[in-house]
Design a protein around this ligand. Structure first.
Ligand code: ADP
Ligand code: MG
Length: 604
């Protein structure tokens, strides 16, 4: 007897719905995105019981014909793409034609819709994929969709929903992601008959103020400065918080082509731009909008994922970092630096082109031996030193270097100049070398860390790492939640040279370690990796690889206090300057610092 049969549509849709519609917030996102795709200028969201009882979206968009209204709820029914080629030039929010089919599979949906050219509209009612009513109706132009009793037929899902408070927060988060990129559309959000947000048409800045601040006073957005950069590759604009207004809890938003995205790597670019400017665990708030040719990003992302792949991530990282730095440089109190807008972006120069000297305007009253408090008595709080707790190691040589590094080009140190360059070690910690712009100081531990980090990343992505067998296997015991993590990391740990065998549900024996770890005990290194991955919330392979590489590099890098021979220093510096970016470690710490000629001269 044949045993394979096709699933009825209603079942297939329910399965698909599990992916697309996980909670009320994902349903809201799909509905509002449809309204935007339909060209709506005014969108109202009405919610009851955090979406459990009702999620309603009313728009004044183009509406649907009678036929389209029916088709819209079929799976893979879409008006937005026709063939695979269209996928590469996408400018609409939706394109998979799955959302409405998924929603109507797990809820009781009622929709009225009318196009401007039609006299009557269409009313459609669908419960769990079954059409229970379809008839002409009179209604305004646009679409009005009510999603009642979400997951009424999937009790497990319904039970799985969090408290109303949490689900409402999720709804609002999703709503923010959308409204912040559509300031030219007006929105309202009503929950249990209470208007939570009323967002009139305005500029991006006014929209941000309306969401997070108070439009009458504009206090929120006055703490931000504008960023703006145009290049052939990408254009970036937006707002970044002034360092002195940063807080512990930050609003951090990236958008690309009108879509919210999470991007840990670009986040690092922004954080790097702020490094040394923020107190302890303060975080920068920002709203950064990227515009890029759709062909340069991967759009065929999972409907619920907010991560987006770019073709030129490293280049955009540099452009973004430079752009934020430039904006901050104009507004911070560090000695004023003349930025020439076009020239300040760190795009690597073509080979052989001589490196121009950084343009610096020196404040003649600046004295590197004065404390910051003395230079800016009115700006400095009394206990200003405590602001720098934990930052001692981060503090550049003097205030001047703060801004300098924006113009300290990656091409300052070039391998060919390095061949015959004399090197000294200072304090068991720094390597010193003369350069065209001044005296360069390189932190030996961080330099080695960066070199190893690049090496580990390379091994994780392209080659198998060399392994060293342990004579006496060590035993790794981990709590349950970390065991789950190790399980995910296992393939990457093996690629990089760890040999691990599971002994019991909560232990592994370690038989081999990456060769670079030569004299280290494997146990603390592995524990460090797992802890880092857990604490940093790395949950994509790219993120955890980043953490594995960083943790390993931290463990294996030469320590401070180790005396280096000239040959060792030479080897290290050569390898360092060949990295695409050698000024900072992957976690944003300064590797290379410059004591400029001007600074040296001024001391005498
Ligand atoms: P997708 O948005 O991926 O095309 P959906 O299932 O979300 O798939 O919607 C299917 C189709 O229904 C859309 O392509 C669009 O033509 C139509 N549609 C959905 N919502 C609206 C709306 N609010 N106004 C006008 N048309 C809509
Ligand atoms: Mg859609």
């Amino acid at each position: 007897m044949d045993i394979i049969h096709l699933l009825p549509d209603s079942v297939a849709n329910q399965i698909a719905a599990g992916e697309v519609i996980q909670r009320p917030a994902s349903c809201l996102k799909e509905l509002v995105e449809n309204s935007l795709d339909a060209g709506a200028k005014r969108i109202q969201v009405i919610v009851r019981d955090a979406g459990r009882t009702l999620l309603q979206v009313i728009d004044d968009g183009m509406g649907m014909s009678e036929m389209d209204a029916r088709l819209a709820f079929e799976r893979h029914a879409t008006s937005k793409i026709r063939d695979a080629q269209d996928l590469f030039s996408l400018r609409t929010m939706g394109f998979r034609g799955e959302a409405l089919a998924s929603i109507c599979a797990v809820a009781q949906v009622e929709m009225t819709t009318r196009r401007a050219e039609d006299e009557t509209g269409t009313l459609l009612e669908i419960h769990g994929s079954d059409i229970v009513r379809q008839e002409p109706c009179s209604c305004p132009v646009g679409t009005n969709i009510k999603v009642n009793n979400l997951f009424f037929n999937v009790p497990v899902r319904r039970k799985f929903l969090k408290t109303d408070q949490t689900e409402l927060r999720n709804l609002l988060t999703e709503f923010y992601h959308i409204v912040l990129v559509y300031p030219k559309v007006s929105f309202t959000f009503v929950h249990n008959d209470e208007i939570l947000l009323e967002l009139p048409v305005g500029t991006e800045k006014q929209r941000i103020e309306a969401v997070f601040g108070n439009p009458k006073r504009n206090v929120y957005t006055s703490a931000f400065v504008d960023i703006h950069t145009e290049t052939d590759l990408v254009s970036i604009h937006g707002f970044v918080v002034k360092p002195e207004s940063a807080t512990r809890k930050a609003e951090q938003y990236f958008f690309v082509n009108g879509r919210y995205m999470r991007h840990p790597y670009f986040l690092k670019a922004v954080q790097t731009a702020y490094s040394g400017m923020l107190v302890n665990d303060y975080q920068p708030s920002f709203f950064i909008y990227f515009d890029i040719n759709p062909e340069a990003i991967d759009v065929n992302i999972h409907p619920t994922k907010t991560e987006i792949k770019f073709a030129d991530e490293q280049m955009i990282f540099q452009i973004l970092m430079a752009s934020v730095r430039e904006a901050l440089g104009k507004f911070t109190l560090s000695p004023q630096i003349d930025f020439d807008t076009k020239g300040s972006i760190d795009i690597p120069l073509p080979q052989n082109q001589p490196v121009s000297r950084p343009q610096v305007t020196v404040d003649p009253t600046y004295n590197p031996f004065h404390t910051r408090g003395a230079i800016y008595p009115d700006r400095a709080p009394k206990n200003w030193e405590s602001l720098y707790d934990g930052l001692q190691n981060e503090r550049p040589l003097s205030g001047l270097n703060d801004g300098m590094s924006a113009t300290l080009n990656d091409d300052l140190l070039r391998a060919e100049d390095m061949e015959s360059c004399p090197l000294w070690q200072y304090g068991g910690k720094y390597i010193l070398l003369p350069s065209s712009a001044g005296l360069v100081l390189i932190n030996q531990h961080r330099a080695h860390l960066a070199v190893l980090h690049a090496q580990f990343i390379e091994q994780l992505t392209h080659t198998q790492g060399a392994k060293q067998q342990l004579l006496f296997p060590e035993i790794l015991n981990l709590p349950q939640e970390e065991m789950v993590l190790i399980h995910d990391l296992l393939p990457d740990l093996r690629t990089i040279g760890f040999e691990l065998d599971q002994l019991s549900p909560d232990s592994y024996s370690i038989q081999g370690i990456p060769a670079q770890l030569a004299n280290q005990s494997a146990l603390p290194v592995l524990q460090h990796i797992v802890r880092q991955v857990r604490e940093r919330g790395a949950d994509t392979q790219q993120e955890w690889r980043e953490q594995i590489a960083l943790s390993l590099a931290q463990s294996a890098a030469i320590p401070y206090g180790k005396t280096l021979t000239e040959a060792e220093m030479h080897d290290l510096v050569m390898r360092l300057v060949q990295l695409p970016s050698y000024r900072r470690t992957a976690d944003g710490k300064t590797i290379v610092s410059l004591l400029t000629d001007e600074e040296i001269t001024k001391r005498f």
